[in-house]
Structure formats: C-alpha cells, structure tokens
Ligand binder design. Sequence first.
Ligand code: AMP
Length: 545
Amino acid sequence: MTLDSATGPATVLDAWRSRVADTPDRPALAYFDAVLTVREVDEASDALAAALFDRGVSQGDRVGIYLQNIPQYALTFLALWKIGAVALILNPMYRNRELRTLIDDAEPVALVCDEHDLDSVGATLRGSSIRLLVSTSGLDLQTRDDPRVFASTSRVTPRPDDDLMGLIDRYRGRSFPEIDPEPDDLALLAYTSGTTGPPKGAQISHANAFATALDFGERAGLDDGDVVFAVAPLFHITGAMLDAAVALIRDCMLVFAHRFDAAVTLDAVVEHRVTYTIGSITVFNAISATEGATRAHFESVRALYSGGAPIPPATVAAFESQFGCYIHNAYGMTETTAGVIAVPPGVRAPVDAASGSLSVGLPLPRVTLRTLDPSGRPTPPGLAGELEISGPQVVSGYWRNPDASESTMPEGRLRTGDVAIIDEHGWVYLVDRLKDQINVSGYKVWPREVEDALYEHSAVFEAAVVGRPDDYQGESVVAYVSLRRDATTTPDELMAFARERLAAYKRPKSIHIIDELPKTQTGKIRRAVLKPVPVKNNSIESGTP
Ligand code: AMP
C-alpha cells in the first residue's frame, strides 16, 4: 500500500479504503478468540453507518463513544467517518456531572455505550442533546468470556433498536450516502483539561489524524504485517491514534482485550504475536509486577512505546533487564493529536545530566519545535523554555472556544505549558511543568476539579489538591481540607463522598484534614507549599484509585 503524505491517501478513511481494495482477506481486528478480516470489518462498519444514518446521524454530527477497548470502537470510528460524522471519545469511567459537562459542550446527537451503562447514562443524559443511545457488550464477537476482564457474563437483553451488533445484522448490505471527508473536516473531538478552566474539546481533523497515523507509525517502524496491541485506552488520544489509527491505515492487525489486565495483556501478546504497542508507563510497571511474566512473553515484540507521562530511566533499565525489551519514550498532547516527539526504534534515549530526565525523543519529520523564555523569545539549545510545537498534527483549535484557541495555539503554534530543553542534536527533555496538573498513570487530573467535588461537602471550608510522587502511578492525588466552624467529618466520609463524584483515577489517595490551608497574602491557597507538607492531624490512605 502506498502511504505518502504528498501523493497517497489524505485521511485514515482513504487509507482504510485502499486497504479494503488491496487486501480484503487479511486479518484486521482480533479480540480474544475472534479475528475479523478487513472485508468483515468494512462490511460491518458499512452496516453501522447505514443504521446511524437511518436514525438521523448526519454529516458533522458528533457521536459519543463511551466504551472500553473493544472491536466495536474501531467499527464505530469507521462507520462515523463514512457518513462524515465526528467521534467524540469519552472516558467510560466518567460519571454523572463529569460526563454531562462534556455532553453539554459537544452536543452529540447519539452515544454508543456498554449495555450495563444504559440506565445510568440514560438518567445522566436526560434532557441533553442525545437523541439516540446505542448499546453494545464486550462479550460480543468472542466466546472466551475471560473472567479476568469480564466480571459477569450476564447480558442485559437489549432492545433490538439499541444494540450495535443487532443493528449491524439488520442493516447489512443497506446503502447510505457515503461521504469522503475533506482533510480539514472534524474526525474526532477529544476533551482535554487544557491549561486552565473547564475541559476543552480539541478539534482533531482528518488531516491531523492522518498525519499522526502516518508519521508516528513510520517513526515506530510500523510496516505491513505488524500486529498492534491496543493497550492504551482508545478514549484517550494516545490509544485512538497511536494504537488504533496507525494500525487501520496499514496492513496491520489491531488486537483488543477490553479493559487493561496485565496477565490478559501478556496472553494476548503471545497468542496474537504482537509486534508493537504503546501504553502508559503504569502498564509496563503492572506487567513487570505480574507473576509468571517472562522474556518468552515478549518474543514477538519489536517495539514498545510509552507516552503520556514521565518515565524514570531506572524503570526502563529494569524492564529491559527483566524482559529484554527497551521501552521507547514518546511525547504528545491531545492538542497535537498524540505523539509528535518519539525515540526511534532501536535507539536509546539519552538522559539529561542536570535534571536526570530521560529524553522524550526527537521530533517527527514534519514537526517544528522551539523553546521560549517567559517573554516569548526562543531560548538557545540546552537552555530550558516553554515548549512550542507546530506541524500538521497540531489541532486548529478548541471546540466553540476561540479565546482558548487563540491563547493556546496562536497562529497554529501550540504553547504546551511544558518546560523543555532541546539539546544540540535535537533530543528533547521535559524538565518541568508550568501547569498544576497531576499526572496519574498518564491520566491528567486538574486539582480544581477534585477540589470542586470536595467543596460540595457541607463540612468542607477550603480544599487544596496536589500531586505526590508515586512509584507505581508516577503521581497520586492528595487532598488537604479545612472544615467549617463546628462542622465535623472524617477523611473516610470525605473519601466516600469523592468516590460518588469522581472517576477512580481522580479520587484522592489520601485526604488530610488540617486546621488551616496555607495562603498567600492575597488569600490565594498555596498548593505548592502543600506538596511536601508533613501532616499530623486526621488522615487516611485509600486503596488504589
Ligand atoms: P494529554 O493531553 O492528556 O495527552 O496530556 C499531555 C501532557 O502529558 C503533556 O503536556 C505533558 O505534560 C504530559 N506528557 C505527555 N507525554 C509525556 C512524556 N513522554 N513524558 C512526560 N510527560 C508527558
């Protein structure tokens, strides 16, 4: 297949169509004991496209995908693009207000969710823009029902009109007006906390997605015949692009295994002879702590990548001595359509002597980097500055938010909020973050969001949330609260309160009740001071988030 940015396809869908024409009988998706060929995937996504179109989804409409990593994710991507609709990727851990906020901003007309979530999602989305709920199940398309990922094998009997696989059966062979999305049309809406304020939808165009799929895949050495394991969640841009899109545009089999489980992942790698994957460093930590994990599990693997969060050089070294596989670092943001800086395969990233930071890699070919001092002037090689990125992967802006677009990506050059050093050979090292964001296993948590949830408790007077270094997750969320006069509560009670309001990874790992929070003279809570604060008083540690 010809993949060339100048003469070849211009969108992931174009490249997929060439694949259908060239190699229809090759395997495209695998899921436990199921394998679907390119033709089967194409026909199923045609049927789903026809069903969605028939039920009122049209060009430019957003459709939420609220699923774990299951093959229906890829079927839905293709179906939506075939009718010119936009995939709104949503974390299925989001609950109630977290989900509703994004829905109200993106205004999707439909949502695809797990059948077990139908009731709660239906209640949360009452009165929203959603007109159509399509449910599906991770149990579909496979017969193994592995208890390590499926807590139950019970099915909710879906209404025939709601069930994704049922719709595919009913609409098989039906025609619909096929669209050829323009490169600048929206392919994906992916929410990020951005640097300030409420979550923002990064507008990922078909051209952005194809640039990433093409250039990152080339950087990682992907070729026809590779087997790609979707270990990063597809609701995050890393999984959607660097696991799914890179595979969809090539003659590569894309392997799914539902939600992450280290032992299941290892079995899938061996069973399907996986050659490449990218996940967060937590995935690799979990694998190295898995009983029975050996070098033999990695025999077929050619390139492993980790992105989204800092990697301690010692972790890379320990993983390599345990399994014989070097973990390649990759850097990107939702606003850069995932990885734009990465270590070439077979090359070892250098470590910055002064900061001890492992390089995130070299920029992809069409990416331009600069580091800027606080007044916006470029800093010379070797001197730290805010990283600025331009290239075909940088999104045009945020959904319905021209002010934030203008301040974050003036003239298409993205101000990342990350402080970096670029050495004279082009290697990039992240040395600091301008943002207050906490990075829990690659998931970004904004302190404000957790604080807002705690503030909803009637006993809470003030709250401050900070990140604490954590060997396993990189950072964990820690909350400090002071109480209203005469109010009483316990860290346990606050923890239970937070649990109802926040996705698991955002929940504080510990909550400390202290008399008063440290403040600046103007009364602003000083989060930075809290980071190393030794706490006496009341505190508890919760289990894993
Ligand atoms: P997101 O938009 O969720 O992908 O988050 C992007 C942010 O993740 C970046 O601005 C960085 O702060 C952080 N990040 C991404 N990749 C890396 C990496 N390889 N090492 C350190 N931090 C990273």
